[in-house]
Design a protein around this ligand. Structure first.
Ligand SMILES: Nc1ncnc2c1ncn2[C@@H]1O[C@H](COP(=O)(O)OP(=O)(O)O)[C@@H](O)[C@H]1O
Ligand SMILES: [Mg+2]
Length: 290
C-alpha cells in the first residue's frame, strides 16, 4: 500500500497553507512535526479526503483518492484535532452510533465495538458517560471510533494535546500497538510523542515540507550542537538572548541550561546527546516544546 502526495498545494484566500508538498507514505507511523499554523491539520484533512487540495493530487496505489470516493473513505480512520463527543452517550453507545454512521453491518457492530473498547482499554468504562471521562479517556474513545472500520490508513491530528504525561505514554503505546499493517499519520508538536514510534518524521514549516527523515537520522544532524551548561540565575537572560535555549533545570542553587549551538557556548559547556525536542528547537525556536 502506497499513498502518494503529489505537488499538493492548499490556499486559503492569499494564505498558502500547503506549498507543493511531495510525499510518499507506506505502512508504518509517520510523525508530522510543526509549529501552530504550519499546515499540519490542512494536510491531514486532505489525506482524510474531507478537504480538496487547491492543486495537486493524493493517490492510493496510483488511484486518485477523490475519484475513489467511498472506496477510499472506507479505508480511512480519522481523528480530527477537535472532536465533538456526545457527552451524554456512554462510550459503548457512542461507538455504536458512529458504527451506524460509518455503515458497519449491524450484525458485526457489537463485536467490533467490544474489540475496539478492549484495544483502547475502555472495556470497564463502557457504560460510563463520555462527558465524565478524563482527557486521556476521551482521546481513546476518539481513537476507538477511528478504528471501527479497521482502517488501512489512520490519521490522527494532535491526539496528545492537553494530556498529562502518563496519558501520553499510554496513548503512544496504543498507537504503536495498532500501527502494524497500516499507514498511520500522526501530527503533534510534542516531540517525545513520536521519537520512538515514528518510522519517519516530517517537519512542516509554513506550509513546506522541510525535512523527511528517520528520527535517528534527524538526530544525527544535530549531534554536535547540543550543550549543557550550569550557570547562575542572573546569567540566564544573556544566554537566552544569544542562543537557542531549551530546558532550564535547577541544580541546587544554580541552573542547568540546554543550549543549541554550532559552537561551544562556553568553555564549561558539555556536549550532550540530542533528542527530538532539541531538533524542534533547532528548527523552530519555539517556546512550547514540552
Ligand atoms: N479554513 C481555513 N480558512 C482560512 N485559513 C485557514 C483555514 N484552515 C487553515 N487556515 C490557515 O492555514 C494555515 C495552516 O493551518 P493549519 O493547517 O490548521 O496548521 P496547524 O494544524 O499546523 O496548526 C494557518 O495559517 C491557518 O490560519
Ligand atoms: Mg492543527
Amino acid at each position: 500500500m502506497k499513498l502518494t502526495i503529489k505537488q499538493v498545494t492548499k490556499t486559503f484566500k492569499e494564505k498558502k497553507a500547503l506549498d507543493a508538498i511531495d510525499l510518499e507514505l507506506t505502512t508504518g507511523v509517520y510523525g508530522i512535526l510543526g509549529a501552530n499554523g504550519s499546515g499540519k491539520t490542512t494536510l491531514m484533512r486532505i489525506l482524510a479526503s474531507v478537504m480538496k487540495p487547491t492543486s495537486g493530487q493524493v493517490l492510493l496505489d496510483g488511484q486518485d483518492i477523490m475519484a475513489m470516493s467511498h472506496e477510499y473513505r472506507n479505508l480511512i480512520g480519522y481523528l480530527p484535532q477537535h472532536v465533538g463527543l456526545y457527552k451524554n452517550f456512554t462510550a459503548e453507545k457512542f461507538l455504536k452510533y458512529i458504527a451506524a454512521l460509518k455503515g458497519l453491518p449491524k450484525e458485526e457492530t457489537d463485536e467490533k465495538v467490544d474489540e475496539v473498547l478492549e484495544l483502547v482499554g475502555l472495556s470497564e468504562a463502557r457504560r460510563k458517560k463520555v462527558g465524565e471521562f478524563s482527557g486521556g479517556m476521551k482521546r481513546r474513545v476518539g481513537i476507538a471510533q477511528a478504528l471501527l472500520n479497521d482502517p488501512k490508513i489512520l490519521i490522527v491530528d494532535e491526539p496528545t494535546a492537553g494530556l498529562d504525561p502518563k496519558e501520553r505514554i499510554r496513548f503512544r503505546n496504543l498507537l504503536s500497538k495498532i500501527s502494524s499493517n497500516r499507514i498511520v499519520v500522526l501530527s503533534t508538536h510534542i516531540v517525545s510523542d513520536i521519537e520512538f514510534i515514528a518510522k519517519e518524521v516530517l517537519i512542516l514549516k509554513e506550509g513546506q515540507l522541510i525535512k523527511k527523515e528517520t528520527p535517528q537520522r534527524l538526530l544525527k544532524g544535530i549531534e554536535d550542537k547540543v550543550w549543557t551548561l550550569v550557570i547562575d540565575e542572573n546569567e540566564i537572560p544573556r544566554y537566552q538572548s544569544q542562543y537557542k535555549v531549551g530546558n532550564i533545570a535547577r541544580v541546587d542553587d544554580r541552573f542547568q541550561l540546554r543550549i543549541l549551538s554550532d559552537d561551544q557556548p562556553d568553555h564549561d559547556a558539555i556536549q550532550d546527546h540530542p533528542n527530538l525536542e532539541d531538533l524542534y528547537l533547532y528548527y523552530f525556536d519555539e517556546e512550547e516544546t514540552a
